[in-house]
Design a protein around this ligand. Structure first.
Ligand SMILES: NC(=O)c1ccc[n+]([C@@H]2O[C@H](COP(=O)([O-])OP(=O)(O)OC[C@H]3O[C@@H](n4cnc5c(N)ncnc54)[C@H](OP(=O)(O)O)[C@@H]3O)[C@@H](O)[C@H]2O)c1
Length: 375
């Protein structure tokens, strides 16, 4: 569908931002993105490089400005700021720090909370004052009950500074929205994985980092113990609960859903859980990942197991490296998605259930990539 809006995306070098930018360009929109330079590449060449990876080949409708959301005016000079403010119909804010390290707490707040404040300040200067804010379902923190789309902070505690900062950012958005200073919609994806049809991903956070760590451990093990190809047996107990869930959503669902919902006039002021209505039990995805990695002997266990038999060196090293991911293997909140599902009714946009076939496609694609890089 073509809708010729002028969109500003706060950064299209990341996973969601690049897929969103690609879709908007495909739809005929004029797309402006903020991006940072790297040591050896300009903002524009960085953005084009990432967009080529997601299938964009024409850049006529793309403008790139050097910007940094952690700075006032998102780091734009006066002239660039004026141009953007006068020409933008809506802002998609998806730049963020996805670090989960406690030592990065200050930086995470600078990006996610101060950054959102600076983006809001920019949006307030635009005639439409329209912002589409990308948050995360995990602002629900350690909630044991069902998290509703209408709720933000209900006194939950957070597993890490990332969750906490994203919740603070949502509170800023809600405050400005309630004062009428901006018109906001908020999207809360759960754990975003690759494309449901091709399996492809372009950025590898979250569960991908967990898989990469398992893969690297197996590579080391294979080199030392079993140089032949084929399955290897690596005794590794991972602290986690088999019946607890992780909530995975493919990137194409997230992008399709966000864009579809954003077109609805009644989405202004709304918050939407873009989570899988059927989250996946740990006992479903971990054994399938191990099968794809050709690994045997990796199992989820409770704390009692380590009381009976202390952790091996390998287990304690893996747990230390994966400290962040272990938090999520111990359980997650349940996300009520009714508002998102209602908004998407009769649009044909549905979150696919996580079946063995989907895991084979998405995780198999990633394991193939890791193996190809190693040869
Ligand atoms: N991936 C998920 O599973 C997931 C799940 C739920 C919600 N989300 C949310 O979705 C949004 C996008 O996440 P993602 O997965 O696309 O993350 P990502 O791949 O790490 O991308 C984050 C982007 O933010 C940019 N950024 C960070 N600090 C910046 C700054 N100071 N100024 C300008 N740009 C800055 C990065 O730019 P550089 O390239 O220059 O570093 C990068 O392009 C985030 O708000 C995240 O909280 C993601």
């Amino acid at each position: 569908m073509s809708d010729r809006k002028s969109i500003l995306i706060t950064v299209a070098t990341g996973f969601l931002g690049s897929h969103l930018a690609a879709r908007f360009l495909e739809n005929g929109c004029r797309v402006t993105v903020l991006a940072r330079a790297s040591n050896n590449a300009s903002p524009r060449s960085r953005v084009q490089h990432v967009l080529r990876e997601v299938g964009v080949s024409h850049f006529d409708n793309l403008a790139v400005y050097e910007g940094d959301i952690s700075l006032p005016d998102v780091g734009l000079n006066e002239c660039a700021r004026k141009q953007i403010v006068s020409a933008t119909d809506e802002v998609w804010h998806c730049a963020a720090s996805l670090s989960f390290q406690e030592q990065d707490r200050e930086e995470i707040y600078r990006m996610n909370v101060d950054g959102t404040r600076h983006v809001i300040d920019l949006v307030k200067q635009m005639p439409s004052r329209r912002i589409q804010h990308v948050s995360t379902a995990y602002i629900a923190g350690d909630r044991q009950d069902v998290a509703l789309e209408t709720e933000i902070n209900v006194g939950q505690r957070f597993k890490n500074a990332y969750e906490e900062s994203k919740c603070q950012a949502e509170l800023l958005i809600a405050d400005e929205q309630s004062k009428g200073a901006i018109v906001a919609s908020v999207y809360r994806p759960s754990i975003v994985i690759g494309d449901s049809k091709s399996g492809r991903a372009t950025h590898f956070h979250g569960v991908y980092a967990f898989i990469r760590a398992l893969w690297a451990m197996l590579q080391r093990f294979r080199r030392r113990m079993s140089p032949q190809p084929g399955p290897v047996k690596v005794p590794l107990r991972v602290l986690g609960v088999e019946t607890h869930t992780l909530n995975f959503v493919p990137i194409d669902y997230v992008v399709d859903a966000m864009i579809e919902i954003s077109r609805r006039p009644d989405s202004a002021g709304g918050t939407y859980h873009l989570a899988n209505p059927s989250p996946t039990e740990n006992r479903m995805w971990l054994p399938n990942i191990c099968r794809l990695l050709q690994a045997e002997g990796i199992q989820l266990v409770g704390e009692n197991s380590f009381l009976k038999t202390p952790m091996t060196k390998r287990e304690s090293l893996f747990q230390k490296r994966m400290a962040f991911y272990y938090q999520y293997l111990q359980g997650e909140p349940r996300f009520d998605c009714r508002r998102a599902l209602d908004a998407l009714k009769n649009t044909g946009i549905e979150c696919p259930p996580v079946t063995v076939e989907l895991i084979n496609r998405i995780i198999g694609w990633y394991v193939d990539l890791l193996n190809a890089k190693a040869t």
